[in-house]
Design a protein around this ligand. Structure first.
Ligand SMILES: Cc1cc2nc3c(=O)[nH]c(=O)nc-3n(C[C@H](O)[C@H](O)[C@H](O)COP(=O)(O)O)c2cc1C
Length: 367
């Protein structure tokens, strides 16, 4: 069974937490990766399809779709690259639906996490996400049902991610109730439902939460403004090496932030895009990620915002220097004799002449 203790992990992120982001995060040192939240009812509309071409396992919805295989792709995992590392996050407000949905996915993931922290209207109006913090009995029964019917029979961990309640005592009481359900990990986003991500998280009683988790032998992951590997090291110095850390916003901007030496953004854009293209990531999603990774003040930002296809993304990258500045192309003055030689070469159909290909690239860049 996967152990979450002391791990630095990629947070669940709708839109941002698709396969390319997760693979990049793993390559650069994330210990575990959470998938984006997927709602139980949506998962229940899915068929599991092995994608031989990409080496992935795809979950495709049977609901009406514009582009079959693309717009109905609900979840994609790479079984060998994500082996023992992937935690599936589910949105639910119903213990039975949660179990039925978990049965569809459990063999392809290493654990199931319940989202009890999302403050968005979409979640809370349906009783999911942060709404579950106000219905603790329901949250408790969802977790117990999953532990008994999915976790134990499959020897896989069930976990939950919560936010803090406005009062410390209420938070600690809720946490104690959840720790008794048989979950193996508790992640706490150290902000309340009303707090925005730019606000400083509340860490005043993290040590008390940690003590409760220790008492019930449940691992504990701190979330909220954990920025990178160095920051995580400091967190562990303060709370112990068995405390985990979860990164969202900075990992969205740079999924290599798990490394001691993350990529700079121009290299990041290329490496991310190569992975995204290799695994057939929807171009709209790749573009969204590229806009998150590119500094708004950079000349490249507007170009990416206008680009739509992989070819167009690469054209933008070709204009980028390593330091993020724009490449300047001096129009080359071709001497008369050189012109003659080139003409001669073309006439002779020299196959190894690299000039036309290079020129074509340059023309594309300046188009
Ligand atoms: C783009 C984005 C999408 C998110 N989607 C989810 C989600 O699907 N499930 C979830 O529990 N939290 C989600 N969150 C919240 C994060 O997981 C995390 O709790 C929050 O951003 C605080 O971490 P941070 O301070 O590192 O950003 C999302 C956050 C962002 C920025």
């Amino acid at each position: 069974m996967v152990d979450y203790k002391g791990k630095l992990v990629l947070a669940p992120m709708v839109r941002a937490g698709e396969l390319p982001t997760r693979l990049l995060a793993l390559k650069y040192g994330a210990d575990l990766v959470w998938g984006p939240e997927i709602i139980d009812k949506k998962l229940l509309t899915c068929d599991r399809v092995v994608n031989e071409k990409l080496g992935t396992v795809d979950f495709l919805s049977r609901d009406k779709t514009k582009v079959p295989g693309v717009t109905n792709l609900i979840f994609r995992t790479h079984p060998s690259l994500e082996d023992s590392k992937l935690i599936f996050q589910m949105g639910t407000a119903n213990p039975d639906l949660a179990v039925d949905a978990a049965k569809i996915i459990i063999n392809d993931v290493s654990g199931i996490d319940i989202n009890a922290g999302c403050p968005k209207h979409f979640s809370i109006h349906a009783g999911m996400g942060a709404a579950l913090l106000k219905t603790p009995d329901l949250l408790e029964s969802i977790l117990i049902n999953l532990v008994e019917k999915i976790g134990k029979p499959n020897n896989k961990p069930i976990s939950v991610k919560i936010r803090l309640l406005p009062e410390e005592e209420d938070s600690l009481n809720l946490i104690e109730k959840l720790l008794k359900t048989g979950i193996t990990n508790l992640t706490v986003h150290c902000r309340t439902q009303l707090m925005r991500n730019r606000e400083t998280p509340i860490r005043d009683y993290v040590d008390k939460i940690k003590a409760k988790c220790d008492e019930y032998k449940v691992s504990f992951i701190v979330n909220g403004s954990v920025l990178n590997r160095k920051d995580f090291n400091k967190l562990q110095e303060q709370y112990g090496t068995d405390v985990g850390g979860m990164i969202a916003t900075t990992a969205e901007e740079n999924p290599t932030c798990f490394s001691e030496s993350p990529l700079n953004w121009p290299r990041l854009l290329r490496e991310y895009t190569e992975i995204a293209q290799k695994f057939g990531n929807y171009e709209g999603n790749t573009k969204y990620m590229l806009t998150r990774m590119t500094p708004g003040r950079s000349f490249a930002y507007q170009l990416i915002a206008r680009a739509k296809t992989y070819e167009e993304f690469y054209k933008v990258f070709d204009k980028l220097n390593e330091d993020g500045t724009e490449k300047k192309y001096e129009p080359k003055v071709v001497k008369k004799e050189e012109k003659e030689t080139r003409k001669h070469k073309v006439d002779n159909e020299e196959p190894s002449d690299p000039i036309p290909e290079k020129r074509q690239q340059l023309e594309q860049i300046s188009a």
